[in-house]
Design a protein around this ligand. Structure first.
Ligand SMILES: Nc1ncnc2c1ncn2[C@@H]1O[C@H](COP(=O)(O)OP(=O)(O)OP(=O)(O)O)[C@@H](O)[C@H]1O
Ligand SMILES: [Mg+2]
Length: 390
């Protein structure tokens, strides 16, 4: 590359970094974001990533790990909002045998598992104050004890945290410790909302559409200029995640022809018009693909119904507090017997969808879970529930 003018060299370098970390975008904002990642990744300094939901915070955390000298070591992601308070400390720091009922053997916590690598503390704003104290101590001393343990354990871990809350405000409200905030916030990285970098939208739409039609073997005639313009002008409160969902929904539910502005409008506000006219698959039988895609849409509808139900129950009955432990809650709800035929019907559909996804990915649960939009844990639970084990 030596003969190239320097701006081309810089350009080529950015392309390499982008391809490596998967953060797409041509905007100045994305350029600056990548530049910051390149600057901070090599140092072991803590990073706090902020931004609205779906902006790509997790992607940035992964990028920091990938562009650091720790890239061949583990990256351990901990969703602080998804672990019940009672076991949070043993999950983070491990426990010794017999330290509590159920601790049948010693177990390493996430910090030990991340030794020499990176720990990504996602939704750090959800961490209870008691755990915040312990975490601060670990960050300062670089050592800790397992729950019920007496020996101190040393680890070499780089900490990256993320939140979509305003942590400064949480500090003012007394929900987040100021000392921990400053410790984590050594380098703040803010990931801007999609509406603040609209110029990236057409490129993202194109990429998401290509990925989706390739993975699902669908014929697709593309988006019209006016369709792209409409997407560019939309607000995208759910940011890139929402953009990807809308693109996939349009491709699944709009038949054949080129997508115009009117079809985009239909899908912009989170509604799914019920339309069974599905795209024609290229390599699989039409029936197979239609069934698959239809199941997928039905699962989405099911999850929307479940969310509405949760919302209603939450309003009517405050003891069903929808804290971070939503999956457990959903499980309890799933298992409760007082819903009716509609429940059985949805369960049948769900079982069928899971079976079909597992077949499609040759039993690979990680891929099947990603495809179905479920966490792997939920997928395992459902496989068990429906007796789908091979
Ligand atoms: N710049 C980007 N280029 C390509 N894909 C992106 C980009 N930013 C985000 N994505 C994709 O969008 C989705 C959401 O990103 P991610 O999970 O990182 O968001 P988040 O900020 O962590 O959201 P949340 O706060 O809801 O957890 C992911 O599928 C991610 O791969
Ligand atoms: Mg996230």
């Amino acid at each position: 590359m030596n003969g190239l003018p320097s701006d081309l060299k810089t350009e080529a370098r950015w392309r390499v970094v982008q391809a490596d970390v998967g953060i797409l975008g041509e905007s100045e904002t994305i350029r600056r974001l990548l530049e910051t990642i390149e600057q901070v990744a090599p140092a072991d300094i803590s990073v706090l990533i902020t931004g609205e939901s779906g902006t790509g915070k997790e992607l940035v955390a992964k990028a920091i790990h990938l562009r650091s000298r720790r890239r061949m070591q583990p990256l351990i992601t901990v969703n602080c909002g998804a672990i019940p308070e009672g076991i949070l400390e043993s999950e983070l720091f491990g426990h010794e045998k017999g330290s509590f009922t159920g601790a049948v053997g010693p177990r390493k916590g996430y910090f030990e598992l991340a030794d020499h690598g990176t720990i990504f503390l996602d939704e750090i704003g959800e961490l209870p104050l008691t755990t915040q104290v312990k975490l601060l101590r670990v960050l300062e001393a670089r050592e800790f004890m397992r729950v019920g343990g007496t020996e101190s354990i040393q680890v070499d871990v780089r900490v990256v945290a993320a939140t979509n809350k305003n942590l400064r405000e949480e500090v003012h409200r007394g929900n987040f410790r100021e000392d921990l905030f400053y410790r984590l916030n050594a380098v703040p990285i803010h990931v801007p909302a999609l509406r603040e970098r609209r110029e990236d939208i057409p490129l993202l739409v194109e990429k998401f559409a290509q990925d989706f039609i390739r993975d699902n073997h669908i014929e697709f005639a593309g988006f019209s200029e006016s369709a792209l313009h409409t997407m560019r002008m939309a607000d995208w409160p759910g940011n890139i995640r929402e953009l990807r969902n809308v693109v996939e929904k349009i491709i699944v539910l709009e038949r054949g022809g080129r997508i115009d502005e009117r079809s985009v409008q239909k899908y912009l506000h989170g509604t799914v018009p019920f339309n069974t006219a599905l795209p024609v698959p290229v390599t699989r039988s039409r029936e197979e693909s239609e069934r698959d895609l239809l199941f997928r849409v039905l699962l989405e509808i099911k999850s929307e119904i479940a969310q509405l139900r949760e919302l209603l129950m939450h309003r009517a009955e405050p003891r069903y507090h929808l804290g971070p432990w939503r999956e457990e809650y959903a499980e309890a709800y799933d298992e409760s017997s007082d819903h009716n035929d509609e429940h059985t019907y949805v369960a049948d559909m769900e079982k069928e969808m899971i079976r079909s996804a597992l077949m499609r990915f040759g039993g690979n649960k990680r891929k099947a879970a990603a495809y179905l939009g479920l966490s792997e844990r939920t997928l395992y639970r459902k496989i068990e529930k429906y007796g789908l084990k091979e």
